[in-house]
Design a binder for this molecule. Structure first.
Ligand code: S3P
Length: 187
């Protein structure tokens, strides 16, 4: 690993939230590459723990069970802080449970990547690994999800960024700068 810009987070993670397709994984990967902090992708960790893909978990156990797994993972991270700086990308629905929102804010610096529905539609066009988007009218589904969740993202995040037309490197730079300032004030 050859990080170009390690940043001081006092051992706490930067956490990315937002709707499917907003860039959490892409931005998370770039922050990880630039800072040397490992990326923890909550969906991937859950898939590994359970030994099933997200569509399989939704189909066999249901969404509520998946939400319980998300809560358990967040609780684990809060209870057993590794002291390792990290960047965490979350699943888009993690904010649906109020306890998750509290855990996210306790855990680290939470950033909402807010992207227009048109852009989300474009970015999720070829994905078939998102059970909630397997609908007739994906645009209407994304609009409904954003309407239901906008308030939750906005109130959970320490930083709200509209990244619709912002290039990923620039998003990464802004997130890291803001996180460093926040951690310097709150460690
Ligand atoms: C979901 C988003 C997905 C995944 C699951 C449910 C949601 O993650 O957790 O399919 O409720 O918005 P991404 O946002 O990484 O696609």
């Amino acid at each position: 690993m050859n990080p170009t810009h390690p940043i001081e987070t006092y051992g706490r993670p930067i956490i990315l939230i937002g709707l499917m397709g907003c860039g959490k994984t892409t931005v998370g990967k770039l922050i990880s590459k630039r800072t040397g902090m490992p990326l923890l992708d909550m969906d991937s960790v859950i898939e590994e723990q359970v030994g099933k893909s997200i569509p399989e978990i939704f189909a066999q156990e249901g969404e509520e069970h998946f939400r319980t797994l998300e809560t358990a993972l967040l609780q684990y991270l809060v209870d057993k802080p590794s002291g390792m700086p990290a960047v965490i990308s979350t699943g888009g629905g993690v904010v649906k449970r109020p306890e998750n929102c509290k855990l996210l804010r306790r855990l680290g610096y939470v950033v909402w990547l807010n992207v227009s529905v048109k852009m989300l539609l474009h970015r999720t066009a070829r994905a078939n690994n998102r059970p909630l988007l397997q609908t007739e009218d994906r645009e209407a589904t994304l609009r409904r999800l954003l309407d239901q969740r906008r308030y939750l993202y906005a109130t959970t995040a320490h930083l709200r960024m509209n990244t619709t037309h912002v290039e990923v490197g620039e998003v990464c730079r802004r997130v890291c700068n803001a996180a460093e300032k926040y951690f310097a004030r709150h460690h």
